[in-house]
Design a protein around this ligand. Structure first.
Ligand code: NAD
Length: 251
């Protein structure tokens, strides 16, 4: 794969880089996107039941069991070269921030340190009433887990449909995107807002915008450089071209 000289220079000498990841970044780990209908991972994924507060209030036990199963599945899977190359980039270059829409925690498992999670993390929990951070009891027996501070039910700390993004995380993501000189959007369909506003804002603020995606998105025309293909295959090659060393030897 051949890359433009300008792309390589921009990446090599960037002072602030953002890697922005969507569900596509984790497909090569075995977690398909929601939009990929013919997969077993999200089978039974009914948005109203599993991704709204009304669904949780109606059937909390069913929702908690469904998330417990997804957590187990994710635990048995592993970060892929996309996550590993990004973690290595953070160790190599001065200011590299990861902003993710994913809830799987793979960036951290690959060794990334600064990760802004816009949609929460499937391993975290909070109470429904006051958003108190909470741990799931190891053995709650038949009881539904409740917050030890306010006694309300405990739910997964992920963003559900019609819920606002965590203010602090989104604020940090905006500031970092406005200030970066290179913004790399990976595996994002650009259909989920407000997260999808970040690459657009970054470009408007003057960042060099790179997109990695096998499919076309609304970012195609705005991007300075479109890398068409799977990120787990493209990123190790991009690393080699930018840093002049094989990816394996750098990790
Ligand atoms: P999305 O809107 O982020 O779209 C996925 C994009 O990834 C598509 O444009 C697709 O072309 C691209 N893609 C597919 N395979 C790729 C690859 N190998 N390399 C690079 N790009 C690839 O995803 P969605 O499924 O519509 O998700 C909506 C919301 O749900 C988002 O918040 C998403 O992050 C979240 N979600 C998270 C996970 C996870 O935590 N792993 C999985 C599914 C969905």
């Amino acid at each position: 794969m051949k890359f433009d000289y300008l792309l390589l220079e921009r990446l090599r000498y960037a002072e602030n880089i953002v890697f922005f990841t969507g569900a596509g970044a984790s497909t090569e780990s075995g977690i398909p996107t929601f939009r990929n209908a013919d997969n077993a991972f999200w089978v039974d994924f009914d948005l109203e039941t599993y991704a709204t507060i009304a669904g949780f209030n109606a059937e909390p036990e069913k929702v908690l069991n469904w998330y417990a199963l997804r957590r187990q599945q994710i635990q048995s899977l592993h970060p892929n070269p996309t996550h590993h190359v990004i973690a290595a980039w953070q160790a190599k270059a001065p200011n590299v921030t990861v902003i993710t829409q994913n809830i799987d925690g793979f960036h951290q498992r690959a060794g990334s340190k600064q990760v802004i999670e816009l949609h929460g993390n499937i391993n975290d929990h909070k109470c429904v009433k006051n958003n108190h951070k909470a741990d799931l009891p190891i053995d709650a027996g038949q009881e539904l887990p409740r917050c030890c501070l306010c006694d309300s039910l405990i739910r997964p700390d992920v963003i559900w449909f019609n819920e606002a993004l965590p203010e602090e995380a989104f604020g940090q993501a905006e500031v970092t995107s406005f200030d970066c000189d290179v913004f790399v959007s990976i595996g994002c369909s650009m259909e989920v807002y407000p997260a999808a506003s970040l690459p657009i804002s970054a470009a408007r603020c003057g960042a060099y915008l790179v997109q990695i995606n096998p499919m076309s998105t609304d970012l195609d025309n705005l991007s300075d450089y479109n890398l068409v293909g799977k990120s787990g295959e493209i990123l190790p090659k991009l690393w080699e071209a930018v840093w002049g060393e094989s990816f394996r030897s750098a990790t």
